[in-house]
Design a protein around this ligand. Structure first.
Ligand SMILES: Cc1cc2nc3c(=O)[nH]c(=O)nc-3n(C[C@H](O)[C@H](O)[C@H](O)COP(=O)(O)OP(=O)(O)OC[C@H]3O[C@@H](n4cnc5c(N)ncnc54)[C@H](O)[C@@H]3O)c2cc1C
Length: 370
């Protein structure tokens, strides 16, 4: 195969949740697909993620993509490999101020077709008795869920392979050649190319600005009755969408195993993948302030991951300007699991010249190159 050129309808570079979703969608449409992945499938940011399927409503384009994608996640709700658990999202108000935004958020979600309702303080404690005293209430989004992202990525790649996709495992794309790609062993593949390399995007497409944003997570032993919903503080979006060099927010999740996943932290300019005791401590103190019982639990492991972050927080989905048959799907920050399936559909529509179900303009890579 070395030196020979194999021809494909789509070469997907990178098999995180985004590339895997694109490969699956392309293979389902009958395209001859090649997938190139140097590491484990879903072993990048996808393996580091919480796997919360959540609609953030403060940016209309992000909400549109999340909602479009969440509808597609329903197909996975009974799939064993997805480890799908419909725990719902419970947004918690610690201050009376936090509650002010709830009515507007419910309206915005409802306009997008997502059901949410306000929760008073009494009902909040019925739903989650272990919350710290003094919480003011919140907002429940009952249909939201959690999945196990790396396993879904593997499932999607296997499904694509069962439809004829060719996986180049353990191989890295060394360069884009204009008519396809060259791999690190010299193999050349020809065909339209989709770059879905997450944080590694600048290696192949340096003109598209992207910064890694470090996150920390902790997982505990099994406490199956302690927590029922994915809990987030209502100020979470300020941490997720703010520009602060470093921030933490209360974000905990009941895994279907009974384990509890505790987040979240965001740091720009931290390139070292090591767990930082200081960041971990800030993150956990924030979590303990909302849920003191967490302090008593046995933590098993902490890890970090990097979110691929664009300057405006929206992913790059579409054609790479100045090139023919070169596409990109990357830069999904902290929502790439939620939005992977919708991103793939949107990309496939663009590749085929069809009108996508949602307006693709906000995600067009050309917005950064004007
Ligand atoms: C701590 C943390 C928590 C998160 N929690 C959530 C959450 O709860 N919900 C949610 O929706 N999102 C969450 N995210 C965000 C989500 O994980 C990412 O947005 C998503 O995984 C990005 O997927 P990806 O496929 O673009 O990137 P990746 O998963 O990083 O995949 C990119 C792949 O490209 C491959 N690659 C790189 N270079 C090359 C090359 N030259 N040739 C071939 N392949 C290459 C890599 O090996 C990698 O496998 C979280 C992220 C972090 C870090």
């Amino acid at each position: 195969m070395n030196g020979a050129i194999a021809s494909h309808d789509l070469i997907v570079v990178g098999a995180g949740i985004v590339g895997a979703s694109c490969a699956d969608a392309a293979a389902a449409e009958g395209l001859r697909v090649a997938i190139v992945e140097p590491g484990p499938i879903g072993g990048g940011a996808t393996a580091a993620a919480m796997g919360h399927l959540v609609a953030m409503d403060d940016d209309p384009a992000e909400l549109a993509l999340a909602h479009y994608s969440l509808r597609q996640w329903e197909e996975f709700s009974t799939l064993k490999e997805a480890e799908f658990s419909r725990c719902g999202t419970l947004w918690v108000a610690r201050e009376a101020n936090d509650l002010r935004a709830v009515a507007r958020r419910i309206e915005r979600l409802a306009a997008a077709g997502i059901q949410a309702h306000a929760i008073d303080a009494e009902s909040l404690y019925e739903l989650e008795p272990e919350l710290a005293p003094g919480m003011r209430g919140g907002m429940l989004v009952p249909r939201e869920a959690v999945v196990y992202p790396p396993r879904v990525a593997r499932y999607l790649v296997h499904r694509a392979q069962s439809r004829g996709a060719r996986l180049h495992a353990g191989r890295r794309v060394r360069q884009l050649t204009g008519d396809g790609v060259q791999l690190d062993d010299g193999t050349r593949l020809a065909g339209p190319t989709l770059v879905a390399t997450g944080c590694a995007l600048p290696e192949l497409l340096p003109r598209l600005p992207l910064r890694p944003r470090k996150g920390h997570l902790v997982i505990t032993e099994r406490y199956p009755t302690l927590l029922r919903h994915q809990l987030l503080e209502l100020g979470y979006a300020d941490s997720a969408h703010g520009d602060a060099a470093s921030s933490v927010a209360f974000n905990v999740q009941p895994r279907p195993t009974g384990q509890i996943l505790i987040g979240s932290a965001r740091e720009f300019d931290a390139t070292d993948a090591a767990v930082s005791p200081l960041v971990l401590q800030c993150m956990l103190e924030r979590a303990f302030a909302f849920m003191p019982v967490l302090r008593e639990l046995q933590a098993l492991r902490a890890w970090t991951g990097f979110r691929p972050t664009t300057p405006d927080g929206l992913p790059y989905l579409g054609a790479v300007p100045g090139h023919t048959d070169l596409w990109v799907a990357a830069g999904h920050e902290g929502l790439g699991v939620t939005t992977a399936l919708g991103s793939a559909r949107l990309l496939l529509d663009l590749i085929h010249g069809r009108t996508p179900a949602i307006d693709p303009a906000p995600y067009a890579p050309s917005r950064m190159l004007a």
